[in-house]
Design a protein around this ligand. Structure first.
Ligand SMILES: [Zn+2]
Length: 415
């Protein structure tokens, strides 16, 4: 996991991040130290930066980015890392979410949040004067700097707080306590958030007829919202937006797949809305190509979200064909029924909205065979190796009844 510890001067962010790093066995990146190191080596650029800082200016984002990436290359971040005192200003937030998180090549590390150690100006001043007396420094100078830095912190914090609050990633922790108490609070909060973020998104893969919708439905009793691309496009069309109209006329009505360029504004936007409410989500039909798998990862990474668990419902082709030729679909809500495995409660009628079910025209054995080949067997291999190589793939035997398959799904997900 990745997270940030921030706070006003003398709030104890460095002490606490070092202790947490030892406890969690992940490295800490101290950007302030990296900057000072950089400045201590004489070069033209360091002279430039020094003069910018002397005038009270802020160091450029591109320099911070370079420092962070060179640190990442030198450290083992397989299990994550901690930012000490970053982000400091809103520009850093943009840098973190647009330039850093999507470019870190580990797609199973969620950004769990920003933990703010809250102390008053009075406390900051008290701590700094004790510290400088111990070190024999001039207290008055130090206090002036502390007050200035506290002001800067207050000025910047509101926007950072609002940004992270909107995705439930802002945590303010009372910092005027014993370090051991603060550690306890942080450790339990971070552990909780890590668990939540890692289980928040589940992706189900499988051919048509593999039981994806049924398994997703069953996960809803574990607090998961069901999300499918088909449903997302239907929602957009129902809203009668310009985009919805275009998608309907150009693609859906013609039976064509909606191209990737429209996914961001429809699919990812709706996924983000669900995640921002703090809900868990199970995705079906969202990834149909390797490219879509990568785009999804990159999109989620910029938010700090991850797909940590991918389920493949593995069903032999012969069985898929048998199941699909028994399939009925609701023309209104798009839900699939199966006359043998998942029949509607009233024969021929949708359980959800009472619409009369229809058999899809292309559901002859031969058409089914072609569709399975084109939409699944021809494209699934690279997707599976992508998730397997990143240690996220669970292959679940999907030949059994929905209940039995669901037991296997739960076992794979450890829920
Ligand atoms: Zn229906």
């Amino acid at each position: 996991m990745i997270f940030s510890l921030i706070g006003p001067p003398a709030s104890g962010k460095t002490t606490n991040s070092i202790l947490l790093g030892e406890r969690l066995k992940i490295p800490v990146i101290h950007i302030g130290d990296l900057l000072r190191q950089k400045l201590s080596s004489p070069s033209r650029s360091s002279e430039n930066i020094k003069s910018i800082m002397k005038k009270g200016g802020l160091v450029s984002s591109s320099l911070i980015k370079r420092l962070i990436f060179s640190w990442i290359r030198k450290n083992d971040i397989e299990n994550g890392f901690i930012f000490d005192g970053f982000p400091r200003r809103f520009k850093d937030v943009n840098l973190l979410h647009n330039e850093i998180l999507p470019k870190i090549d580990i797609c199973s590390l969620p950004f769990v949040g920003v933990f703010n150690l809250d102390i008053s100006l009075r406390e900051a001043v008290k701590r700094v004067s004790i510290r400088s007396r111990v070190k024999g420094e001039r207290v008055d100078d130090k206090l002036d700097i502390t007050k200035k830095r506290y002001d800067i912190y207050i000025k910047n914090i509101e926007k950072i707080k609002n940004f992270y609050s909107s995705s439930l990633r802002w945590f303010s922790i009372p910092g005027e306590r014993e370090v051991s108490d603060i550690q306890k609070t942080l450790e339990s909060l971070i552990g909780e958030q890590k668990k939540f973020r890692e289980s928040q998104i589940i992706l189900i893969l499988g051919a048509a007829g593999s039981g994806k919708d049924t398994q997703a439905q069953m996960l809803s009793s574990f607090g998961y919202d069901i999300f499918s691309s088909g449903e997302a496009f239907r929602k957009e069309i129902a809203k009668k937006t310009k985009l919805g109209k275009l998608i309907k006329e150009k693609y859906i009505n013609k039976g064509k797949l909606v191209p990737d360029i429209y996914h961001k504004d429809v699919i990812y936007k709706q996924i983000a809305e669900i995640l921002d409410k703090g809900k868990k989500i199970v995705l079906t039909g969202v990834v149909r190509t390797l490219k879509q798998a990568k785009i999804l990862d990159e999109y989620l990474a910029h938010r700090g979200d991850v797909v940590k668990n991918v389920i493949l419902l593995d069903v032999p082709r012969k069985m898929l064909i048998e199941r699909l030729s028994l399939r009925m679909v609701c023309p209104k809500c798009g839900f699939n029924y199966n006359l043998k495995y998942l029949p509607p409660k009233k024969p021929g009628i949708c359980d959800r909205d009472g619409t009369k079910l229809v058999r899809r025209e292309d559901e002859t054995r031969e058409a089914v065979n072609v569709r399975l080949k084109e939409q699944f067997y021809d494209v699934i291999k690279p997707i599976l190796s992508y998730y397997k190589n990143t240690k996220r793939l669970h292959i679940v035997d999907g030949r059994f009844t929905p209940d039995k398959v669901f037991k296997l799904v739960r076992k794979a997900l450890e829920i």
